[in-house]
Design a protein around this ligand. Structure first.
Ligand code: DGJ
Length: 335
């Protein structure tokens, strides 16, 4: 016979678990229209499911924004999700844009790690091109490769092309950047994350050219870049795994540098010294607004990566430098 004996604290625990269970049930059924940004809260898609898109980026295409990001289980990497929106507040789930492969010989076989996916459009080939950080199954973070995938449709499915180390260099955290002249660049943490490098992409955006340069060697990752009025701005994080740290802003007059580190913390408000508990992933220009940019970051939850929270915050210019100010709630009217 089994004896059930509960202490007072067990009972409290059970009650709490029941509450959490109930709230989990109710959260997956929420599908209300959203009209503001609430950094750090749970964000749901139009069907009421938690938005599972981390370390990602957003592109604008034919009247809609598309948000690509890592699909995560508690820990596992499960491919790349894409969501769409016309207003940046309400996101509709579109698809698993890039799935992992059941074929165990594939570089992206189930169990690999796909991080920081970014998508850009190539007007010459009329294809959408995705780059991401790929770690091979069972090899920790030692492969340090860039992965490339391509699609005819923005919502995919993307076809995996290949993975490699750009010009032989390790490649972990990364972003893509398209300059005013249409040239595209892969900006990536290299040499065990000590160097931040840039490589110009080939005309079809599917490979790197030999134009590849070290930008600075400050042990930085999570690069997010934007350009305004001929000035280039890059926000990066330090390298402390999933734990947050202080962001640094670099500025330049060409994407090739020289990039100068600013002494001013680009984050402002409570929690600024730890990037509000988050880590940069992308800087999004807002359509139909002049000089309006949104800073995108992830507040990682390493116990349950799927529940990592989205920190989207407005960028303002103060004394000629972009500043990300904390707000519990904000709207696009803030610009
Ligand atoms: C920090 C990186 O920015 C993330 O994308 C992820 O690779 C974690 N490190 C893993 O610890």
């Amino acid at each position: 016979m089994i004896n059930y004996f509960f202490t007072r604290s067990d009972l409290r625990c059970l009650a709490l678990t029941a509450c959490i269970g109930l709230s989990a049930l109710s959260t997956s059924a929420q599908s209300k229209t959203v009209s503001d940004f609430t950094p750090g809260a749970e964000w749901f898609d139009t069907k009421g499911e938690i938005i599972n898109a981390h370390g990602g980026g957003v592109i604008y295409d034919n009247g809609k924004y598309y948000w690509f990001g890592e699909k995560r289980g508690r820990h596992a990497s499960e491919g790349v999700n894409v969501y769409s929106s016309t207003d940046l507040y309400n996101w509709q789930y579109e698809s698993l844009a890039l799935a992992q492969d059941k074929d165990t010989t594939s570089d992206i076989t189930v169990g690999c790690v796909m991080e920081r996916p970014k998508v850009i459009y190539n007007p010459a080939t009329k294809k959408y091109v995705m780059w991401f950080h790929l770690e091979l199954k069972g090899k920790g973070y030692s492969a340090a490769r860039a992965g490339v995938a391509v699609s005819d449709k923005v919502t995919g499915p993307f076809r995996f092309v290949r993975s490699f180390r750009p010009n032989g260099n390790m490649s972990r955290d990364m972003t893509l950047f398209v300059d005013k002249d249409g040239s595209a660049y892969h900006i990536y943490s290299s040499r065990e994350n000590y160097d931040l490098r840039i490589a110009k992409l080939t005309k079809d955006f599917l490979d790197v050219t030999a134009e590849d340069k070290m930008l600075f060697s400050n042990h930085r990752e999570a690069p997010a870049v934007f350009q305004q009025d001929g000035k280039y701005y890059m926000i990066t994080s330090g390298c402390t795994g999933w734990a947050p740290n202080k962001a640094v802003l670099h500025t330049a007059t060409s994407v090739w540098g020289p990039w100068e580190a600013s002494k001013v913390n680009p984050m402002s408000g409570p929690g600024a010294d730890t990037t509000f508990g988050g880590q940069s992933t992308y800087i999004l220009p807002v359509r139909a607004k002049n000089n309006a940019y949104i800073f995108l970051a992830d507040r990682w939850n390493p116990r349950n990566l799927k529940d990592s929270r989205h920190l989207w915050l407005p960028i303002r210019f103060r004394d000629g430098l972009p500043i990300v100010e904390w707000a519990d709630k904000w709207t696009l009217d803030n610009f």
